[in-house]
Every structure is written in structure tokens, then in C-alpha cells.
Design a protein around this ligand. Structure first.
Ligand code: IMP
Length: 198
């Protein structure tokens, strides 16, 4: 057993070497996620339960797992999958829902948990989709926000907007976020070296 653990180390270092710089450490992320969970718990304490927490697969899986444990209200959890990153780096501007939510969200307060808002296409599409299903309100909680790249104005009609950190205009990975499905298991968020994808 012990020797297997030693074998895991060099692989992790291989990923670390592809990172140009760490933006947020594991501890900084955990602290901010706890604050967001506490804000959500306060803001929704008087709303009729349960809250429906919808993670945008796959990038939000770690953020969702951590934030639901910091929300002190009853929650239901589901995931929705959207395909918009066919080329790997750029949103193609027309997201398609490929796996819809299974929970009936009619008359429920919904919070969409997203890893990063870039152009805004994915979340705009999701907000309209979930509103059409009759949710009482649709809020958004994104860990990262890259405002420099926004091309679509996200209209949140009956909900709140939460964001963890403002992200510089770099391609970032870790804590759920990927490049070509890799790096999701890095515990921190870092900038991927451009030579990896160029
Ligand atoms: P948008 O539709 O352009 O806002 O794209 C949002 C999606 O693009 C996110 O859910 C991410 O999956 C992906 N994305 C945007 N920027 C990055 C990044 O820097 N690293 C990893 N994924 C990203």
C-alpha cells in the first residue's frame, strides 16, 4: 500500500509542471466556498424548502460537492450537462443541453452551480431553460467570473448572482476545470501554460 502512494507522486508533479502559476490555493478556495455557502444559507432561509442545487457537469462537480456541505438548508441536488466546448478552448456560442435535470423544479428555488462564466452563453441558455420549467427563481453561483470575455449579458430575472473570484483572462484548470478532460483533480486553480494547448 505504502509504495503505491509513493508511485502517485510523480504523476501529480507532471501536472504541476504544466501550470504557469497558481491563482487560488486549496485553502483560499475552501475559505471562499464556505463564505458563499453561508451567504446562500442566509439569503434563502425564509424561502420554501427545499432548494434545488443544479451543478453544470462536469466542471462544477467539486465546487458543488464542497458548497452543498456549507449550505445549512435542505437541498436537492441534480446535474445538467451542456455541450458548448467542442473545440476545447472556445465556446461555440450555441450551447446544447445534452443531459437535462431529472428533478421537477416547478415552483422551487433553483441555484445553478457553475465553475466559470466566460462568454456567458452557457449560463444565459441555462437560466432561460430552467425558468421555462417553472422554477420560482433561478440564481447563479459561479466560482470564477471572467468578465473580460463576456459577450452575452446574463439576465437573472428572479434570482441572485454569486461569484467566488474574478478571474483574469487566462485559460485556467484545476478544482474541477479541465483542458481536454485533464487537470480536474488538481486541488488548486492555476493558469495552464500556453504551450500545452497551442
Ligand atoms: P461560456 O459559455 O463561454 O460562459 O463558457 C462557460 C464554460 O466554458 C465553463 O463551464 C467552462 O467549462 C468553460 N471554460 C471557460 N473558460 C475556461 C477556462 O479558463 N478553463 C476551463 N474551462 C473554461
Amino acid at each position: 500500500m505504502g509504495s503505491e502512494h509513493h508511485l502517485a507522486e510523480p504523476k501529480r508533479m507532471e501536472m504541476d509542471e504544466h501550470i504557469q502559476g497558481i491563482l487560488w490555493t486549496e485553502k483560499e478556495i475552501a475559505d471562499r466556498v464556505a463564505e458563499l455557502g453561508s451567504d446562500i444559507s442566509k439569503d434563502f432561509q425564509d424561502c420554501s424548502p427545499p432548494l434545488v442545487i443544479i451543478g453544470v457537469a462536469t466542471g462544477a462537480f467539486l465546487f458543488l460537492a464542497d458548497i452543498v456541505r456549507k449550505i445549512t438548508l435542505p437541498v436537492m441536488v441534480d446535474f445538467i450537462k451542456v455541450s458548448s466546448y467542442g473545440s476545447g478552448m472556445e465556446s461555440n456560442g450555441s450551447p446544447q443541453i445534452c443531459n437535462d435535470v431529472k428533478i421537477d423544479i416547478k415552483d422551487k428555488h433553483v441555484i445553478v452551480i457553475e465553475d466559470i462564466v466566460d462568454t456567458g452563453h452557457t449560463l444565459s441558455c441555462l437560466i432561460s431553460h430552467l425558468e421555462e420549467k417553472g422554477a420560482s427563481s433561478v440564481s447563479v453561483c459561479t466560482l470564477l467570473d471572467k468578465p473580460a470575455r463576456r459577450t452575452v449579458v446574463m439576465k437573472i430575472h428572479r434570482g441572485k448572482f454569486y461569484r467566488g473570484f474574478e478571474c483574469p483572462d487566462n485559460f485556467v484548470v484545476g478544482y474541477g476545470m479541465d483542458y481536454a478532460e485533464l487537470y480536474r483533480n488538481l486541488p488548486y486553480i492555476g493558469i495552464l501554460k500556453p504551450e500545452i494547448y497551442e
